[in-house]
Design a protein around this ligand. Structure first.
Ligand SMILES: Cc1cc2nc3c(=O)[nH]c(=O)nc-3n(C[C@H](O)[C@H](O)[C@H](O)COP(=O)(O)O)c2cc1C
Length: 425
């Protein structure tokens, strides 16, 4: 299958991806509304079924007639229109969409979507839909940079909507700056990428561990570490978006479990060991981002330890080495480890790769202020079993999560290429 797909041109593959997909495209009242015509045309040529909805203001810029002719479907605009004028009533557009795109998205519609206003067909549909939703903001630089717009965009991002970044350049209002609608081909490429991404890991089962562990000293105190779980949660979220079945074994964290991910909450290293081993046989890969305590107190006091004048000595004992155990019992699984170090990164990472029988290891220097624990960004080196290594620049944990999953997929592809279905006798 992989070879067949590589033989197809990427354009042909893109067209396969969009065949029969129902895309609802919302056009709002911005000067770039005319570019949405080409977006509709390209989507249709790629095999998608496109339904256009327009705000009243959008019809000041481009007529409904243009979109009707280009999309081959009636255009929805008036929430109060008689149903016989348009055979899909308003909420049905929200339900019908495999994907919804707002091109261009005005500052006004972005603001309404961020607070949940639903005072016309466009905003009602945006509020009602459960389909993946993309906004392509386009506006004057002042409007774009205004803190109100920036806050609204970050609210939408946090809720999982995708924002197609506006380009920088000459704007219709005569100024140079950020706020231009990207070219239609680039917008359509985002749609192709989305559908490609949604399938990339279909049929795969991935176990991700995340967060730190807590080793109880007494009923109120524990030994812990600074891991927030962000890296593991980002991997789990993106793996699920790419179609994998994901189980996330997580230490205590303040993060919300990503949509479509099954979470198993644990506290101590020993609880994590149990949870991970219970899932191990049925998964195709384990990505171990969790910061598991190497030691635990020998005794956990049944009552709160009272302070006294002298020193308090704690005796610590070794916790199980979960990753080592996974490496020892590895069958078909791909094992990915993380190494958080403050010095001699490469030496420690390579040692861990060997000792724990990993397929690759993602190593980062946690002493850097912009990478590792508690940051949104990370800068890593990846070391592979065959001696290869790659250094990645500083990037968001979400992007790094995508990159790690790309590398995991490459490992699977290599493994399946190595299997001869019909060996020559
Ligand atoms: C000529 C003209 C061009 C405009 N261009 C934009 C634009 O590019 N982006 C934007 O956010 N608003 C733009 N506006 C303002 C919007 O049309 C206005 O905020 C309107 O209420 C948006 O309505 P809607 O969001 O329901 O479509 C423009 C207004 C005019 C008169």
């Amino acid at each position: 299958m992989a070879t067949l797909l590589t033989r197809l041109s990427s354009k042909a593959m893109d067209n396969l991806l969009l065949k029969g997909k129902k895309i609802v495209l919302g056009v709002t009242g911005g000067i770039a509304a005319y570019k949405a015509v080409e977006v509709v045309s390209r989507l249709r040529k790629a095999g998608a079924e496109v339904h256009v909805m327009m705000t009243r203001e959008a019809t000041e810029f481009v007529t409904e007639l243009t979109f009707r002719e280009i999309s081959g479907n009636p255009v929805a605009q008036d929430m109060w229109a008689k149903v016989q004028q348009y055979n899909v009533e308003h909420i049905a557009l929200a339900n019908l969409a495999d994907l919804m795109l707002i091109v261009p998205a005005t500052a006004n519609v972005i603001a309404k979507a961020a607070v949940g206003i639903a005072d016309d067909l466009m905003t009602t549909t945006i509020l009602a839909t459960k389909a993946p939703l993309f906004f392509a903001p386009a506006m004057n630089t002042g409007m774009y940079e205004n803190p109100a717009t920036q806050v609204n965009l970050s609210v939408l991002k946090e809720r999982g909507f995708r924002i197609i970044e506006p380009a920088t350049g000459h704007l219709a209002c005569g100024v140079e700056g950020k706020g231009r609608l990207p070219e239609p081909a680039a917008i359509v490429q985002e749609v192709f990428d989305f559908f490609a991404e949604a399938k990339a890991l279909q049929g795969k089962r991935i176990l991700v561990t995340a967060g730190g562990t807590e080793e109880a000293l007494d009923p109120v105190r524990f030994l812990g570490n600074r891991s927030t779980g962000r890296m593991g949660y980002a991997i789990a979220e993106i793996a699920a978006k790419r179609g994998a079945e994901v189980v996330l074994v997580s230490g205590p964290t303040s993060l919300a479990v990503p949509a479509g991910v099954r979470a198993v909450k644990i506290r101590s290293a020993r609880e994590m060991e149990q949870a991970v081993l219970a899932e191990y046989d049925r998964v195709d890969a384990v990505i171990k981002t969790a910061a598991v305590a190497d030691y635990r107190p020998k005794e956990t006091a049944p009552q709160k330890i009272k302070k006294s004048d002298g020193e308090l000595t704690l005796t610590l004992v070794r916790n199980p080495d979960i990753l080592y155990k996974l490496g020892q019992h590895k069958k078909h699984q791909v094992l990915v480890g993380f190494a958080a170090e403050t010095n001699d990164l490469e030496t420690y990472a390579r040692k861990k790769l060997e000792k724990k029988n990993l397929d690759f290891i993602v190593a980062n220097d946690v002493s850097a202020h912009d990478a590792g624990f508690g940051t949104d960004t990370n800068r890593v080196q990846i070391f592979y079993r065959d001696g290869r290594e790659e250094s990645q620049p500083l990037m968001s944990k979400a992007r790094l999560a995508g990159l790690i999953l790309d590398r995991l997929k490459e490992q699977w592809d290599e493994m399946s290429e190595g299997i001869e279905l019909f060996p020559k006798s």
